[in-house]
Design a protein around this ligand. Structure first.
Ligand code: FES
Length: 92
């Protein structure tokens, strides 16, 4: 998976979240709740490959509604990577 425009990339291992892969790639992502789906600091925008992310969990759907995430946004700590994708944030 690719982190744009940072120019960083890393392959996803089985059952890893976007946040897991970002950490391994060295891409800094906000995560003040430690990845338990409360803070929404880890929200990212999926540029390509949204179909390669697992369906949102109940936690992610609830936070998405409360925080008003756009359809192309996901919580990195909740989204399981199943294939190649490209993500970005407003602060990279
Ligand atoms: S790290 Fe807090 S919601 Fe993802």
């Amino acid at each position: 998976m690719t982190f744009s425009p940072l120019g960083l990339a890393a392959p996803a291992h089985r059952d890893e979240t976007l946040l897991d892969v970002a950490r391994r790639a060295g891409a800094p992502l906000g995560n003040s709740c430690g990845g338990i789906g409360i803070c929404a600091r880890c929200r990212v925008r999926v540029v390509n490959g949204a179909e390669n992310l697992d369906e949102p969990t109940t936690i992610e759907r609830r936070v998405s509604e409360q925080r008003g995430l756009a359809p192309e946004e996901r919580l990195a700590c909740q989204a399981i990577v199943c294939g190649d994708c490209e993500i970005t944030t407003g602060y990279w």
